[in-house]
Design a protein around this ligand. Sequence first.
Ligand code: MLT
Ligand code: ZN
Length: 483
Amino acid sequence: MTAFASDAALSLPAGALEQLRTALGSGGLLTEASDMAPFVTDWRNLFHGRACAVARPATAEACAEALRICAEHKIAVVPQGGNTSMVGGATPDESGRALVLATSRMNRVRAIDPIDQTMTIEAGVTLKAAQDAAKEAGLLLPLSISSEGSAEIGGVLATNAGGNNTVRYGNARELVLGLEVALPDGRKLDLMRRLRKDNTGYALRQIFIGSEGTLGLITAAILQLQPAPRSIEAALCAVESPAAALRLFAAFRSREPSAIQAFEFMSGVSMGLVNTLIPDAKLPLSEPAAAYVLVELASPREGGALRELMEEALGDALENGLVTDAVLAESEAQRGALWKLREEHAEAQKRAGASVKNDVSVPLSAIPEFIERASAACEALIPGVRVAPFGHIGDGNIHFNLVQPEGADGAAFLARDHDIMDAVAGIVRELGGSFSAEHGVGQLKTYMMPDWRGGAELDVMRRIKAAIDPQGLMNPGKVLPAL
Ligand code: MLT
Ligand code: ZN
């Protein structure tokens, strides 16, 4: 019986297919188009690529060997974790010449050290599984994003994810003590040190964190965990405006700044989509509001002090009109239900139709002006567009997302994405903000880099890329615009 390799496998350079099969073992290399399909389209369905193969190494060694083989045969490599990128950062182009390297089989929590409060973990572990492993050890992995059920540690670090707890614990890069990276030449870069202080040359790990797989492939990390809070309180508040939400943030911060673990804003439009399109996400308030805040407090102390703090803060806010309605979670289940109302916004907007995401950050004080001006600009640009912002207002990151007008043609709406993104970015720039707060650049926003990060900044990025990946094989077309 003659085994016929798939078309995709045929596009692999001679010899590479056998070498990769040997390096990756059975189940480690996909070459049939049907098997590769889930790996060549992004979560938002914006990008549809092709791959010559999908490699699924089970160990860092096999991963490094796969990169060595790709370097030998000049095969481009697209690293992919949970494939939850919002900017097409893990999707190959349509040439069919790139190999997708999926990390999900490198999925061991290698160790948790209760004294150091560190976790040594492989790239393919989902963020949710990592959180659960920390919790089981009585610790907290203080990184939470809406896609944590499928996002994997490697991708979370490669994009320097932020999410809901940045307001208290910082972004992913602040949590990384050690890193293990498969380099484009196939060497394994072992930076796996569990040290809080280590000034021995360049902090190389920080170059790979946030590089979106364009410099190397993160295969493992050592993360700094925190003591698990002994008391947590969460409340959903109805507010009249982003300005009111900001004043509420300031009120909580002035009471007990260290207690705020999350402070999330949701517009009424976006919450309406969640309520309508996500069956088991129902608003526990008497009537719809202009906007909402989900505030979560946490403390290492047990007892009722935190609840008293929350009740006092909410009582004052209701009394002075800062909040028009509020519900305080009475149980873990209710706290989870409040978070579901926050975490389903991306999914609800996806179900509502085509959307243009503007993952921006501005100084906190500029948020009300930003939302007001950007809303007016987009409504003028696309009459009937649904302006549906939400996000991490406590750290200045607003997901200023636009959903196509009801009944409109989605493709025609998406064809205006640059007009929308440029209009919003222009306002962000005037307010001293960033055009990509936590989602990264991917392939969606490379066109913005020369204007935003041009000159010496982009030049140094290109020099670093040329030094570490001289063949330009790592995640081509992402982050850095073509020359
Ligand atoms: C979130 O915070 O839910 C996502 O980063 C926002 C988005 O999907 O636009
Ligand atoms: Zn977010």
